[in-house]
Design a protein around this ligand. Structure first.
Ligand SMILES: Cc1ncc(COP(=O)(O)O)c(C=O)c1O
Length: 475
């Protein structure tokens, strides 16, 4: 696929979302987006458009909608279509009389390439398999499933996850200790509130992490206490007695990318046992390790001291808001009670569907497919940087959906780099955004970017990579 096309792909994706939100139908939104891109020159004359099948898959819309939109724009003179050579942008575009003109450039978004971390490639969502699983789940669910139920969640999903997590991540739990929640975000909030009830005042967090999680802890009444990081992960020897628990990302530190060393895992569990505290293991991307077998969950070291948190946000889609906690015995009652207070229980249909997806083996196949896809993305990122910006170091292990790019000390400061990225329409985040304590950023910290290489759909990835390399080419 040509780069002129791929550079357009990210725009198109965003435009559709905006137009849909403004009430446009799918086909009209796509037509508008294409028309505007031709009109303002982002799609140059002669550019070959992707096949209707490829674009439909990337955008998650029916192929026929793309076929119809291409047909309409061909009739209007924006595109030409020739048997055997596909659809291209017309050499001279002649908008038909009375057509609505595109909005001025300043009025629409400036993001052309989205490499923000935190999202999987949403075009990979297994729509057909999900629909089939939903149909099967609904057809076989007992009437009782549609009533008020256990705040822990549907038994079908808790049983399926018990088996799956044991097999894939080595988690030691059972359905009576699993709670289904609305994202890890909710699970963490419930846990923090339960810890607060038990008298905790603070949660230890990694020095770099996910700031919205820190906000969740604070909203539940806990202060956050940052733990320094080094090449072996969090300095758990610095844990102090004020903290009722420590939040860790042992499989793949978020975002810097190192796994937590075995002796530190053991030390954290020892601290929790000796001090009557807890470890919260955020296993947000544990299924995505590309170099060798993933290290198993830390929870297996002591299920009575380690709370395991897992999510469908990376493996399926964050919009599902499906996540789970494997809880120590002592926390089941308080967390389930708080869940019941918050929202009675999580909605049942998606729980039943996910249970069906897991027990049928479809989830495993989907994760394997995604793993291969993201692994290739990461390889392409590493290779492109080695060629175009060899001074940039990709930190951490080959895993996950994001990477941290470390620039040498003395390079363009992070804020300036981000401003330049913004001007080029490239959405990326700086590592400093992830600091747990942003009031005191290290003054000598070398600039670093956090790259979500999974985020764009496939047709937009190469252009995003090109834009990133262009940004980093010079020191
Ligand atoms: C570090 C980390 N933890 C957890 C999650 C998942 O959160 P949730 O399940 O609330 O979407 C993410 C998602 O981006 C994450 O980056």
């Amino acid at each position: 696929m040509s780069s002129s096309w791929t550079s357009f792909g990210g725009d198109l994706h965003l435009d559709l979302t905006e137009r849909r939100a403004a009430g446009a139908g799918l086909r009209a939104a796509l037509e508008d987006a294409l028309r505007e891109a031709v009109q303002d020159g982002r799609l140059a004359p002669g550019t070959r458009l992707p096949s209707s099948r490829a674009l439909g898959e990337d955008l998650g819309i029916a192929r026929n909608t793309v076929v119809e939109a291409y047909g309409q724009l061909t009739a209007e003179g924006w595109l030409t279509s020739r048997q055997g050579s596909g659809t291209t942008v017309a050499q001279r575009t002649t908008p038909g009389p009375g057509r609505r003109t595109a909005r001025p450039a300043a009025e629409h978004r400036t993001v052309r390439h989205d490499l923000m971390a935190g999202r999987p490639d949403l075009s990979l969502f297994p729509r057909t398999a999900w629909l089939a699983a939903a149909r099967r789940a609904l057809a076989t669910a007992p009437h009782e499933a549609l009533g008020y139920g256990d705040p822990l969640g549907r038994i079908e999903l808790r049983q399926a996850l018990t088996d799956y997590l044991a097999r894939v991540r080595g988690v030691r739990t059972d359905p009576d200790h699993l709670l289904i929640c609305t994202g890890v975000a909710q699970g963490l909030g419930l846990l923090c509130a339960a810890l607060r009830e038990r008298g905790a005042h603070a949660l230890a967090v990694e020095e770099y992490g996910l700031p919205p999680q820190h906000d969740v802890a604070r909203a539940a009444g806990l202060a956050t206490v940052p733990l320094p990081l080094d090449g072996a992960g969090a300095r758990v020897d610095r844990l102090d007695a004020r903290c009722g628990a420590v939040l860790l990302t042992p499989a793949h530190q978020f975002p810097t990318g190192a796994p937590l060393a075995a002796d530190r895992r053991a030390a954290a569990v020892r601290w929790a046992r000796e001090q009557d505290r807890y470890v919260v293991e955020d296993d947000y991307d544990g299924e995505f390790r590309y170099d060798r077998q993933p290290v198993g969950a830390m929870q297996a070291l002591d299920p009575e001291r380690v709370v395991y948190a897992g999510t469908a946000a990376k493996s399926l889609a964050p919009g599902l808001r499906l996540a789970w906690l494997a809880l120590p015995d002592a926390l089941v009652e308080p967390v389930a009670r708080l869940k019941s207070l918050a929202d009675t229980m999580s909605p049942v249909f998606d729980q039943l569907t996910l249970a069906e997806l897991i027990t049928s083996g479809t989830y495993d196949r989907h994760v394997r497919r995604c793993r291969l896809h993201y692994r290739r993305r990461r390889d392409r990122l590493v290779a492109a940087l080695a060629e175009h910006a060899p001074h940039v170091r990709v930190t951490g292990i080959a895993a996950g959906l994001h990477a941290v790019l470390q620039l040498p000390p003395g390079s363009t400061p992070e804020a300036e780099l981000l401003a330049r990225a913004g001007a080029a329409g490239l959405a990326v985040n700086g590592l400093s955004w992830h600091l747990a304590d942003r009031s005191a950023p290290a003054p000598d910290a070398a600039p670093a970017l956090v790259i979500g290489y999974a985020t764009p759909p496939e047709h937009a990835f190469q252009a995003a990579l090109d834009a990133l390399c262009e940004l980093l080419r010079e020191r």
